[in-house]
Design a protein around this ligand. Structure first.
Ligand SMILES: [Zn+2]
Length: 401
C-alpha cells in the first residue's frame, strides 16, 4: 500500500482497493474478511464500506455463520450501479459494448461505417452509436461513467489522438478523446487495442492470478498486450506491444520492412487465403473465406490444413521469442481473427510454444484462450473506464478517512 500520501488520496485508494476485492468475490465478502485482506482497521473499513454503499456500488447480501461469534454480513457488488461504454475501432468492423460494474457485457452492437467520411462524421457516428446503445439498454445516462476507446496504434496517449493507424487511414490524426468527449459529454479514454485486450482479460481474472502474461491479439493486424506484476505495460508513449516485424519464417512472404517472414505479414488473413489458393473476395472482407478455410481444414483438406498449421507455428515462434525476452507465466490468445481460426490453431500453438527448440523457459508456460472472446478490446476499453473513473472521480477526491 502506498504511504505518505495525503488523507483524501488514501481514502480514495482504500475505496478502490475494497471495491476491487468485493468485485472479485461474486459470493460476497464480510467486513472481517476485508479487514484481513486489506490490513485496514475495522473503523476505517466501516467508513469505506458505508461510503461505497451510500454511492450504491455495494450492498449487504445476507449473513453467514462461520464459527463462534456473530453472523457475518456479506457485502456484494451492485453490478448495475454504474456502466461504461467500450468502443473498438477496427479495420474490419467497429464494435461497441456496454459493460456493468462486474465487467459483464449488457449490450453489444456494431457501428455502421461510412466510407470516405471526414473525421467529424466519424466522431459523430460513434457518438450516435453511444447514444443508441445506452438508450436501447435502458440505462440512465447519469450512470454511464464514460467511453473507453480501443484502437490500433500508433497513437498519442497523452493527447488521446490517433496518429496514423496503418489499417485505419480515415482516422489519421483524429483527436478522439477531445472530440468524442465534446460530442458525447462523457469522459473518454483512448488505449491501444492490444493493451485494452490485456486489461479486459485481467478484469475477468477473478482469481487475480494473471500477473505476468502476454495477450496475443490477432485481428486485421497482430499485436501483443503485456502485463508484468499485475499491471499492463504501456511503454513510454503507450504504444508498446508491436511484434508485427518479429521474423518467424525465413521462407515466409516478403514484408514491407524489407525482411521476409515477419509475423504480421505471415499470418495476415490475405496471406493465409492466398497460400490456400483462394481468390480474394471483391468486397475485401476476408471473414467468409477464413471460415471456409477452417471448414476445409476440418474436412481434411490438406492444403487448408497445411496453411493453418504453418500459421500456428509462426504464431508460436513469435510467442517463444517474446517470452524468452519477458519470461511470463501465461499466454492468452484472442482477437477477432483468432476467434475464427481458434479451433484449428490452438493445438498447434500450444504444442509448439512448449516444445520450440529456441525456448529458454525453465517452466511450462500456460497457453489458453481469451475468456472474454471476440469483443475483448472493446470490453477491455470499457473496463479501463471503470478502473479510471473510480480512481479519479472529483467527488471522491474530497472524502477523507
Ligand atoms: Zn517486417
Amino acid at each position: 500500500m502506498r504511504t505518505g500520501a495525503n488523507l483524501p488520496a488514501v481514502g480514495e485508494y482504500n475505496q478502490t482497493l475494497v471495491l476491487d476485492l468485493i468485485r472479485r468475490a461474486p459470493e460476497g465478502l464480510s467486513r472481517v474478511e476485508l479487514s484481513a485482506r486489506t490490513g485496514l482497521s475495522a473503523q476505517t473499513l466501516s467508513n469505506v464500506t458505508r461510503r461505497l454503499a451510500d454511492e450504491g456500488l455495494i450492498a449487504e447480501a445476507g449473513k453467514v455463520i462461520s464459527g463462534p461469534g456473530k453472523p457475518r454480513t456479506l457485502l456484494k457488488l451492485e453490478p448495475r450501479s454504474r456502466f461504461a461504454v467500450g468502443v473498438h475501432l477496427d479495420p474490419v468492423v467497429d464494435t461497441i459494448v456496454v459493460v456493468d460494474m462486474a465487467g459483464d457485457v449488457v449490450a453489444h452492437d456494431e457501428i455502421p461505417r461510412r466510407h470516405g467520411a471526414a473525421p467529424a462524421e466519424l466522431i459523430d457516428d460513434v457518438r450516435a452509436a453511444v447514444d443508441r446503445i445506452v438508450a436501447e439498454a435502458e440505462i440512465p445516462r447519469e450512470l454511464v461513467l464514460g467511453v473507453g476507446v480501443a484502437a490500433p496504434g500508433p497513437f498519442d496517449a497523452r493527447g488521446g489522438r490517433l496518429l496514423d493507424p496503418p489499417l485505419l487511414p480515415a482516422w489519421h490524426n483524429v483527436h478522439v478523446r477531445e472530440d468524442l468527449g465534446a460530442a458525447t459529454g462523457l469522459p473518454v479514454i483512448v488505449e491501444k487495442d492490444v493493451t485494452a485486450a490485456m486489461v479486459g482479460e485481467m478484469w475477468f481474472d477473478r482469481s487475480d492470478a494473471l500477473t505476468d502474461a502476454m495477450f496475443l491479439y490477432y485481428g486485421a493486424g497482430v499485436g501483443l498486450g503485456v502485463a508484468i506484476g499485475g499491471a499492463p505495460v504501456r511503454g513510454r508513449t503507450g504504444n508498446a506491444g508491436g511484434i508485427a516485424h518479429v521474423v518467424v519464417d525465413p521462407d515466409g512472404p516478403a514484408c514491407e520492412c524489407g525482411s521476409r517472414g515477419c509475423l504480421g505479414v505471415s499470418i495476415e488473413p490475405r496471406t493465409l487465403l492466398a497460400e490456400a489458393g483462394y481468390v480474394p473476395a471483391e468486397t475485401g472482407d476476408t471473414r467468409p473465406d477464413l471460415d471456409r478455410l477452417v471448414r476445409d481444414a476440418a474436412a481434411g483438406g490438406t492444403r487448408a490444413g497445411d496453411v493453418l498449421r504453418r500459421a500456428g507455428e509462426r504464431i508460436a515462434r513469435a510467442l517463444v521469442v517474446t517470452n524468452n525476452l519477458l519470461d511470463v507465466d501465461e499466454v492468452v490468445l484472442g482477437g477477432p481473427v483468432w476467434e475464427r481460426l481458434s479451433e484449428v490453431l490452438v493445438d498447434t500453438v500450444s504444442a509448439r510454444v512448449t516444445s520450440d527448440p529456441v525456448s529458454t523457459a525453465t517452466r511450462a508456460i500456460t497457453v489458453r484462450l481469451s475468456r472474454v472472446g471476440a469483443d475483448v478490446a472493446a470490453v477491455g476499453a470499457a473496463c479501463l473506464m471503470l478502473d479510471g473513473a473510480f480512481a479519479a472521480r472529483p467527488a471522491r477526491m474530497m472524502i477523507a478517512i
